[in-house]
Design a protein. Structure first.
Length: 366
């Protein structure tokens, strides 16, 4: 964990719009940290195409070794689809990082922004998704892939769910709910169709809930959730689910809240955490100074709140609050990027966020 007055983070810029939004995020972070009395010590590490061109790996050993010494880092988007076949990572670098650093919980808060004319103006739901198992061929076997084609007409997808991964995930969720003052957690499942694997997942919550007597744990089928969310969203403040269901549920919520370009996420383990925007590389606008850095900046604020939970150092919390304040301030002042119907470039939006941070009243420094 960083020292009281310093903020030690690694930064992995990624592909596509990654370098632009990480640079903007760093500028925003540095301005907020300065106001909160934190000194950032940032270490840039190679990843993605740039790393492959230099060392034939999208996640070189030097990056992995350096990350072992970090408590937290910021990851820009990476795009596995375009990497060469001889890349030793063989898949998505972000999946590799989640699995190899035990970042087993993916927290995706979805809040409607009035500036985005959301379908549900008061939507406020956080989806916590198990991050290391499930129907993902790049992460559900010790070696190789979990999708098979025995004949051209027959394809098999394997899903791995283990009791140990479900136990650590359920504990994370219940502790997270308690730390943030939630009264209940909704566990999304499909036990009717997948009784064994979903049974293990639900069983972990059943076993642990007696340690958290103040929390209500409710089971809801994922299909029921999907149809109920638009009309009964107040029932679903904090939901927890398996990997693929969580991916879909959080994107559904993002769509109702105004879009994925502003959706943040945190990948957390026991000792380390990684800030990562929900969106991808946005290759269509890469290098044009058009990308919106909001999702990555808000993900970084989540990482700082996680640091605060671990250390109770209020400067992390203050820096996070200032980042959130700055983004709201820029949007309220009518400055937004093209994806949100505005005219601001990445750099103009970043400048407006920083102005709002610098002008933030003392009450924002809580
Ligand atoms: P990938 O395959 O890398 O996940 P994708 O194209 O499937 O990428 P995104 O990269 O998330 O998915 O892009 C979807 C759309 O949203 C694109 O039109 C893109 O330009 C837009 N978009 C995504 N992120 C941003 C951003 N930060 N700022 C502006 N537009 C964005």
């Amino acid at each position: 964990m960083p020292q009281a007055s310093e903020l030690r983070l690694a930064v992995l810029a990624g592909d596509g719009v990654g370098p632009e939004i990480t640079a903007a995020t760093i500028d925003i972070l540095e301005s907020a940290a300065a106001r909160a009395g934190l000194t950032p010590r940032l270490e840039a590490l190679p990843i993605g195409w740039k790393a492959y061109k230099k060392s034939k790996s999208t996640l070189p050993e030097e990056t992995l070794a350096a990350l072992r010494g970090h408590t937290g880092w910021i990851l820009g988007p990476t795009f596995a689809g375009e990497y060469p076949k001889d890349d030793p990572i063989k898949g998505h670098p972000s999946g590799y990082l989640r699995r190899n650093f035990g970042l087993f919980a993916n927290v995706r808060p979805v809040k409607a922004w009035p500036q985005l004319e959301p379908l549900i103006p008061d939507l406020d739901v956080t989806v916590i998704r198990e991050n290391t198992e499930g129907f993902y061929p790049d992460r559900n076997l010790a070696w190789g892939y979990g999708e098979f084609l025995p004949t051209p007409d027959v394809a098999l997808s394997l899903r791995v769910i283990t009791g140990s991964a479900c136990d650590r995930f359920a504990r994370f969720v219940l502790e997270y709910a308690t730390a943030l003052g939630h009264a209940s957690v909704v566990v999304l499942h499909k036990r009717t169709a997948l009784p064994q694997t979903e049974g293990i997942f639900i069983g972990a919550f059943d076993r642990l809930k007696k340690e958290f007597p103040k929390l209500e744990v409710e089971l809801v089928r994922i299909d029921t959730f999907s149809s109920a969310l638009p009309r009964e969203h107040h029932r679903f403040r904090l939901v927890a689910t398996t990997n693929l269901f969580g991916d879909i549920a959080s994107d559904q919520a993002s769509g109702l809240a105004g879009g994925v370009a502003v959706a943040p996420s945190l990948n957390a383990g026991i000792k380390q955490a990684m800030a990562q925007a929900v969106h991808g590389t946005a290759a269509d606008i890469a290098g044009k100074n058009l990308a919106n850095p909001t999702a990555l900046a808000l993900s970084t604020a989540m990482l700082l709140r996680w640091f605060d939970q671990k250390t109770r150092n209020k400067r992390y919390r203050m820096t996070a609050g200032l980042i959130e304040h700055g983004i709201k301030g820029a949007m309220t002042a009518g400055v937004s990027t093209h994806d949100l119907g505005g005219r601001a470039s990445t750099s103009a939006f970043t400048k407006a966020v920083i102005k709002s941070i610098e002008e933030a009243p003392a009450s924002a420094l809580r």
